[in-house]
Design a protein around this ligand. Structure first.
Ligand code: SF4
Length: 322
C-alpha cells in the first residue's frame, strides 16, 4: 500500500448538524431571561443535553437544579427543551414559581397527541428510552394510558386492554430505522395498531441521521460531537456505523479524540448532535487540520430553515420592556 500523504486525507462534514430550532430557542430563552430579569435564573434539568452549553449558561448566572423543590419560592424557573409532566407544572404553582416553559414545540405536539388519545381511552405505546426526561414528561400526561416500549426488547412485554384501541407514539430523538423495526414488530402482535397522526421523531433528528448516513458511506471514521446523555447524538453514532463507517465515536469536544482512531484513516466524517454549538465542531476540525486533514468538504443532504418563537411568557415581558 502507498504510504499515506497529507493530500489524501480529507474530512466530510455533514449538513445539517448541530443546533436545531428547539435547542436554539431553549438556550436563547435562558439567555434572554438572564438579560431581562437578572441572575440568578433557575433551570430545571439541563436546558439541553450538552455539557458545554450548561457550563456556559452557568457562567452567565443560570442555576441548574434537578427538581422544582430546589428553587426558592417566588423565583423564576425555566423548563428544559425536553418538556415536563403536568405534575411538575403543579409543583411549580404550589411554590409560586414564575415559569418559562422552553419545551420544544415538537415535544409539546407529542404531549398533545398523548392527551388526545388518552381522552379517547386508547392504550398508548410510547417508544422511547426509559429514564429519559422527555419520556417522563410525555408519560406524565396520561400515566394510566401510556406504557413505555424501550426498543425491540420491550415489544414482548406489552400488555393491552383492547388491541383494537391502540396507538403508538415516540420520543422525538430516536433512530428512524430502529423505530420502524420496533413498530413492525409491534404490528405483528397488534395488527390494528394505529400510527401517530404525524411523525413524532422530529425533523432535526431525521435530517441529522440522513446527513450522517451520506458521509458515513465514504468515511472510515465518523466523529460525532455531542454529550453522552444526548439521545439524538448517541443515535448518530449508531446510524453512522450501520451506514458503513468502520468506526464512530461520540466526543464532548476535541480533547476526547484519541490519536489512534486516525491510524490508516484517509476520510473522516464529522457531525454533531442537535444540542451542540458549532464552536465545538470547529475545534474538532482544527484538531484534524493539525494532523493533515485540511481538505474539508461540507456535504449537504437537506436544507433546514425551521425557527421557533421564544416562549410566550418571555416574549410578553420582552415586548413590554422595549
Ligand atoms: Fe425539538 Fe427535535 Fe430539537 Fe428536540 S431535537 S429540541 S424535538 S427540534
Amino acid at each position: 500500500m502507498e504510504p499515506q500523504t497529507l493530500t489524501t486525507r480529507r474530512v466530510l462534514v455533514a449538513r445539517p448538524r448541530g443546533y436545531c430550532a428547539g435547542v436554539d430557542r431553549a438556550v436563547e430563552a435562558v439567555e434572554k431571561a438572564l438579560e431581562q430579569y437578572g441572575a440568578p435564573i433557575y433551570v430545571r434539568k439541563q436546558i439541553v443535553h450538552n455539557t458545554h452549553v450548561v457550563r456556559t449558561l452557568e457562567a452567565k448566572g443560570a442555576i441548574f437544579v434537578e427538581e422544582t423543590e430546589e428553587v426558592p419560592e417566588g423565583e423564576i424557573v425555566v423548563f428544559s427543551a425536553h418538556g415536563v409532566s403536568p405534575a411538575v407544572h403543579d409543583q411549580a404553582k404550589r411554590r409560586q414559581l414564575r415559569t418559562i416553559d422552553a419545551t420544544c414545540p415538537l415535544v409539546t405536539k407529542v404531549h398533545n397527541e398523548a392527551k388526545r388519545f388518552a381522552n379517547q381511552d386508547y392504550d398508548i405505546l410510547l417508544i422511547g428510552h426509559e429514564g429519559h426526561e422527555e419520556v417522563e414528561g410525555t408519560a406524565g400526561e396520561a400515566p394510566d394510558h401510556i406504557q413505555l416500549v424501550d426498543g425491540l426488547d420491550g415489544v414482548g412485554k406489552v400488555q393491552v386492554r383492547d388491541p383494537e384501541r391502540l396507538v403508538w407514539l415516540s420520543q422525538t430523538t430516536l433512530s428512524v430505522d430502529e423505530t420502524t423495526e420496533t413498530v413492525t414488530r409491534l404490528r405483528e402482535r397488534f395488527p390494528n395498531l394505529l400510527d401517530p397522526p404525524s411523525d413524532d421523531i422530529c425533523y432535526a433528528t431525521q435530517n441529522r441521521q440522513v446527513a450522517v448516513k451520506e458521509i458515513a458511506a465514504e468515511a472510515q471514521l465518523v466523529i460525532v460531537v455531542g454529550s453522552n446523555n444526548s439521545s439524538n447524538s448517541v443515535r448518530l453514532v449508531e446510524v453512522a456505523k450501520d451506514a458503513g463507517a468502520d468506526a464512530s465515536y461520540l466526543v464532548d469536544n476535541a480533547s476526547f479524540i484519541k490519536e489512534e482512531w486516525l491510524d490508516g484513516v484517509t476520510t473522516v466524517g464529522v457531525t454533531s448532535g442537535a444540542s451542540v454549538p458549532e464552536e465545538l465542531v470547529d475545534q474538532v476540525l482544527a484538531y484534524l487540520a493539525e494532523r493533515g486533514y485540511g481538505d474539508v468538504r461540507q456535504v449537504e443532504s437537506v436544507h433546514e430553515s425551521v425557527r421557533f418563537a421564544l416562549p410566550h411568557e418571555l416574549r410578553k415581558d420582552l415586548r413590554a420592556s422595549v
